[in-house]
Design a protein around this ligand. Structure first.
Ligand code: 8BR
Length: 432
């Protein structure tokens, strides 16, 4: 079976025939800072020996250093939320914003979808300041809701400033730093991410986006929701993550009442806080149509359900499909799991299997091409067809769930890998 045959033309036509696609609620500025260890030499700190000894968020300057040093010394990626305005101001004063880049799941998805002939990609950006507006691609099919309705972010921004930022502190293998008089060398190039985003950590759906989507629900076919990974368990005003998720559900319900055909996708991302993850699993899985996640994220879901996470991380397909089946006990009818080398798609009910498969193939070509070149270029998709797949295609049915194991194209030395999961999930969902 030739699973990639005719897929490029099919995807382009499918995109052309699309309606409006909405993306919320996580668009942010990434600030890239290349760490110069000479400048932060001779810190007087005790280095946390294990991950469990780290603070689960940054509440003081010492917490910030602990996170950064842990990442530096171990060469392992780490992301922590900043919970204190004083620390945010101190980082801004000490390091500045760094090099600004567009980030956040929704903005990444927007960037990955606008090169295709979709009619309208509507993205939620709050606060929409000049700095973030300027980072969006200059595409005719990209929109935010501004004061005068749909507009490109650059025509709709309101004021200037960097109110929300995800700092990415990058270090290189071989750099060294002196801590408590001892010299440490970074074993592997890596990054430490410190995120300041109190405005969006409540996952609030604000006007004018909110009323626009409710009023124009008929025009929207797909809605992709993300941003749970920056939520807090309890907010300073006493609200909890469960309260906030209930509010989101009210919005989803209102929109569904206006357009029962609209499909909702939940992009999981790295939700590290247990209570937040549990709230998403318990309250949202059964209320969305589609779910997208990678092996690390599914391993957490498995652990929350009482299974051994290692089976998932080792890509044991039988165990992966078992966990997915359990997750699909509610109304969730589509799960797109992605790993390096294959996707596993699970479907329940009324889906057009041919479209779903072609959408996976198109997503795989897009991910490979983006990995190879750094950004989407439709002209170069055809070259990805020559890469051979390492897994065998497989399709089966178990307990009412249809599974498709879909072999993907893997680029040997990728230029980028950040944001690939967002490209894969969003294309698979909107084209399928
Ligand atoms: P996340 O962003 O959710 O981690 O997903 C990353 C996905 O990108 C992987 O699951 C894999 O499918 C894809 N990917 C990676 Br990582 N490296 C790739 C490569 N070199 N070529 C093609 N796809 C890749």
């Amino acid at each position: 079976m030739k699973i990639y045959d005719g897929v490029i033309d099919w995807g382009i036509k499918r995109a052309r025939d699309s309606k409006m696609i909405a993306l919320g609620f996580h668009s942010v500025i990434d600030g890239l800072v290349k760490v110069d260890p000479q400048k932060i030499d001779n810190l007087d700190l005790t280095i946390p020996q294990e991950l469990s000894a780290l603070p689960d968020s940054i509440k003081c300057i010492d917490d910030f250093w602990k996170g950064l040093i842990f990442s530096f010394v171990n060469g392992s990626a780490l992301q922590l939320m900043i919970d204190s305005k004083e620390v945010y101001e101190w980082i801004m004063k000490t390091f500045g914003t760094g090099t600004l880049r567009l980030g956040g799941t929704s903005a990444n998805m927007a960037k990955g979808l606008v090169p295709f002939p979709f009619e309208k990609i509507l993205v939620y950006v709050y606060p929409l300041k000049k700095e973030i507006a300027n980072l969006f691609p200059n595409s005719k099919n990209l929109f935010v809701v501004g004061k005068n309705g749909l507009d490109h972010p650059i025509n709709a921004y309101d004021g200037e400033g960097v109110d929300a930022i995800h700092w990415i502190f990058e270090f290189s293998q071989g750099q060294s730093m002196t801590i408590n008089g001892k010299v440490y060398t970074c074993p592997r190039s890596n990054r430490f991410i410190a995120s300041w985003n109190p405005i969006n950590s409540k996952l609030e759906v604000r006007d004018p986006f909110k009323s626009y989507v409710i009023d124009r629900a008929e025009e929207i076919s797909h809605f992709l929701v993300s941003g749970f990974h920056i939520m807090q368990e309890v907010y300073p005003n006493g609200e909890t993550v469960e309260d906030r998720i209930d509010k989101l559900l009210e919005f989803v319900k209102t929109v569904r009442e206006k357009n029962s055909e609209m499909k909702f996708h939940l992009e999981f991302a790295s939700i590290r806080r247990d209570r937040v993850r549990n709230a998403v699993e318990e309250k949202l899985f059964s209320r969305f149509d589609s779910l997208g996640l990678n092996e690390v994220e599914l391993s957490w879901v498995a652990r929350d359900m009482g299974y051994d996470e290692k089976d998932i991380l080792n890509l044991d397909v039988e165990r992966i499909s078992q966990i997915i089946s359990e997750v699909m006990r509610g109304n969730l009818s589509r799960v797109h799991f992605h790993a390096l080398g294959f996707y596993l798609l699970a479907l329940k009910g009324d889906y057009d299997l041919e479209s779903q498969k072609k959408a996976l193939a198109f997503a795989a070509l897009a991910a490979a091409q983006r990995a190879m070149d750094g950004e989407i270029n439709l002209e170069r998709f055809k070259y990805m067809l020559n890469i051979s797949e390492k897994y065998d295609y497989k399709e089966w049915e178990k307990e009412g769930v249809h599974f498709i194991l879909f072999p993907t194209k893997v680029v040997p030395s990728p230029k980028i890998t950040v944001g690939l999961g967002d490209t894969i999930s969003s294309l698979g969902f909107v084209l399928g």
